[in-house]
Design a protein around this ligand. Structure first.
Ligand SMILES: [Mg+2]
Ligand SMILES: [Zn+2]
Length: 185
C-alpha cells in the first residue's frame, strides 16, 4: 500500500494566522485537490494530520471542525480526489498531549490504523517545521512546501535532514510520481 501524510492548513488550503474557524474560511490552494487526485490515481491513499488548537482555545468546536472537513471532502470529491482520513489534534501546547505536532503521536496512530510502517519512504508534506519534525521522528520522508507558512519556515532553517523543498503540493506530487525511487511500502 502507498500512503502519503499531508498537513492541512498551508498545504491543502490557505492558512490564516487567525485560524480557519468555519467552512467559509476553508479555501483550497490552487491545484492542491487536483494533486491529491493524481496521487489517488497512482494508487496512493492520502491522509491528513493537522494540529487544530483552535478547538482548545475555544475558537471553534469539534462540530464546526467536522463541518470544515466535510467541506474539504466535498471539494476533494469534486476534483476527483479522495482524502482517506483526517487525524487532528484539538489540544493546545499547554495540554501536553502526545498528538500535537512536533510530537509524532498522530503519525503513530496513522501507522496503526493503516497497519503499515512509515519507515521506508512514506512521504509527509508540511509548511511548518513541526510538521516535518513529527513526520521525521516517525520515520517519514519530509517535504516542505512554500505555501502557507512555508517561506518563513524555510528562512528560519533547521529543517530535518533530507527535507526536500517544493513550491507547493502540486510540485511535490509531480516529483513523487516521477521519482524513480520506490515510495511504496
Ligand atoms: Mg500548516
Ligand atoms: Zn493533541
Amino acid at each position: 500500500m502507498k500512503l502519503i501524510i499531508l498537513d492541512r492548513d498551508g498545504v491543502i488550503n490557505q492558512d490564516s494566522d487567525a485560524f480557519i474557524k468555519s467552512p467559509d474560511e476553508w479555501i483550497p490552494i490552487k491545484g492542491s485537490l487536483e494533486a491529491i487526485a493524481r496521487l489517488n490515481q497512482a494508487g496512493y491513499r492520502v491522509v491528513v494530520a493537522t494540529n487544530q488548537s483552535g478547538v482548545a482555545r475555544g475558537l471553534f468546536d469539534i462540530k464546526t471542525l467536522n463541518a470544515i472537513h466535510q467541506k474539504m471532502h466535498n471539494a476533494a470529491q469534486q476534483a476527483g480526489a479522495d482524502i482517506d482520513a483526517v487525524f487532528f489534534c484539538p489540544h493546545s501546547a499547554d495540554d501536553n498531549c502526545d498528538c500535537r505536532k512536533p510530537k509524532p503521536g498522530m503519525f503513530h496512530e496513522i501507522a496503526k490504523r493503516f497497519n503499515i510502517s512509515l519507515r521506508g519512504g512514506v512521504a509527509t508534506v508540511g509548511d511548518s517545521l513541526r510538521d516535518l519534525q513529527a513526520g521525521y521522528v516517525a520515520g517519514c520522508a519530509p517535504y516542505l512546501v512554500l505555501t502557507g507558512k512555508g517561506e518563513k519556515t524555510q528562512a528560519k532553517g533547521g529543517l530535518p535532514p533530507g527535507t526536500l523543498v517544493f513550491p507547493d503540493l502540486s510540485a511535490v506530487v509531480d516529483f513523487i510520481l516521477k521519482s524513480p525511487v520506490g515510495v511504496s511500502v
